[in-house]
Each structure stands twice: as structure tokens, then as C-alpha cells.
Design a binder for this molecule. Sequence first.
Ligand SMILES: [Zn+2]
Length: 348
Amino acid sequence: MRAVTVIPGVPGSLRLTPDHPEPPTEEGGILVEALAVGICGTDHEIIDGHYGEPPPGTDTLVLGHEALGRVIEDPSGTLQRGDLVAGIVRHPDPVPCANCAVGEWDMCRNGQYTEHGIKALPGFARDRWRLQPKFAVGLDPILAPVGMLLEPASVVAKAWDHIERIGGRAEWKPQLVLVTGAGPIGLLAALLAVQRGLAVHVLDRNTTGPKPDLVRALGATYHTGTVGELDFEPDIVVECTGAPVVVLDAMCKAGPAGVVCLTGVSSGGRTIDFDAGALNRELVLENNVVFGSVNANRRHWDLAAEALARADQDWLGSLITRRVPVERYAEAYAHQPDDIKVVLEFAR
Ligand SMILES: [Zn+2]
């Protein structure tokens, strides 16, 4: 069967392997036909040789962690033949740590977790894959065109879950949300904010392309320019750029009792002049919280599946700006202007 593979650490090793072995039954009892995988920045980092780890005993990693497939067979009876399914990316570490022991692998403490298509587990960019029932998430049939958005949506569902837990430490009636960055994570964060009845503002550097209209179609307000220029103080900031200046501005911008959730990963190595004392003063005197959030556990995947099923399906579909058949895989992994989410298609 076909599989998109790389040799982690070797730039330029991306290829479509035509005769990859069928998934072994040890991967799980549920056999799935791949429909599509979404592509994100992590895939590009792996392809560029900066990131990624092959499974033990091989130098090759199958890419793909934003999965959508159709069940071929599930002997456990959890899912039926033909059901839409996504695979949870992260598996708990084998020790396990205190968090992994209770299913909170998104909060793994020892870093020994594994991840499909990223770290020591084969990815989903292959014609067929297998899952254990506990890592299989069934999707509403209406999500067939967009179900590969479940993985980024799970990351956002976790961020919102933690924002609400932190905000709930005192009486909390948030109204205004600022999302920085209108990529897939930012747009899905804005969607979940709108679903919560909040007034949503999205800031991005793009003045053209599809992003402004996508934000307005949600009923949210689109801004360009700097965070400092905004004429309101958000109760919640969801930072999705990882750009150092935006991150610092976002931390300073939150209003009293504000919660700032950082989801963007900076590359580091860039120094900027910054008044750390002023930030400390702001955070203390306003009871603000800044926290980082990554990955998602089973509960967040299920919450994300509900959120996507409830969303406007045409809007979700317009986040997918290119759909590329797997035979033309190299095109899918090449950046194009105005890309939001690019999807590699297997079976139709
Ligand atoms: Zn762990």
C-alpha cells in the first residue's frame, strides 16, 4: 500500500513509498481505510529534518497526524463498518507518569509519550491504518469532507477547557476574546469562542486573502496592525502565532483577571528589548494568568468532535484551501500563498 514517508533528521527524504507493508494487527483491532490527512507546521518541521523520530527498529517514519478514515472492520463492535474515524495522536508513556496513568497524556510529565506521525509511532498518511478502540474517535457522518480538522480542533478544545478551568478560580463573566493569528488553530479557536457566545476579535498580519472574510463570516471582528493598537482589553487572549513580539503584547494586553493562553511555538534564538518589570506589575496587580497549552486527551477529542458537528459545515470546508491527491504529494507539502489548511487525499 502507499505511504508518505520521511527519514527523520534527513532533509529532502520525503517520498511516496508504493509498497509499504500493511498495518500489523499489533497496532489495534480496528482496520481503517484512509480518506485524508491534514498538513501542518509540524509536518514541515519533520520534512525539513528539524523534528520527528522513527519507530524503534527503523529509520523511516510515516507522516500524518491529522487523520480521517473510514472503518473497514472493528471486531470490538465499538464502531461499525463505514463509520468515520480519527486516530488520537498521542499515546501515554509506558512508565506511566501520574498524568498518563489517568488518561491525561496531553499533560505527560516525563516526555516519554509517543505520537503518530511525529514521535516513534507511524502516522496516518498511508492507505490503511489500525487503531485500538481507546484511541479511535468516531465522527458525525456530516463531517466527511472536513473531519481531518478534528486534530487541530482537539488542540483548541483543550485550550478552551483549561482557559475555563483557570478563569473559574473566581467569579468570572468573560465577554471579550482576542485571538492572535488566523491560521487553522486561530480560526478554530475563534469558532469555539463564538460557540460560547463571546465577542470575538481576531488579529492577523494578512490584509488580503481568505482570512478576513472567514473571520467576518463567524460574526467576529478582523484586525490587522499591532495588539497594542487595539482599543479594548480582552478577558481572554488565545495566542496562536508564536511570534515573540505578538506573544509579549498579548500578555500585556489582557484586562483584569485576564487569561492568556499561549498555543504558538516560537523558534527561539531571537532577542528583543522588553520591560519585564512592567509585565510583572501588570500580571500581579490584575490577577492575570499566562499559560501554555499543547496537545489534547480523549475528552478534548470528543468535545472537538461535538464542536465541529455543531459548526457551519460550509465555513469549516472553506478552511481547507487545497485538496491534493496523494499521487501529487509533493505539491501538497509545498507552501502556497493563501494556504490555510492543505489536505492530502487518499480514498474518496
Ligand atoms: Zn506521561
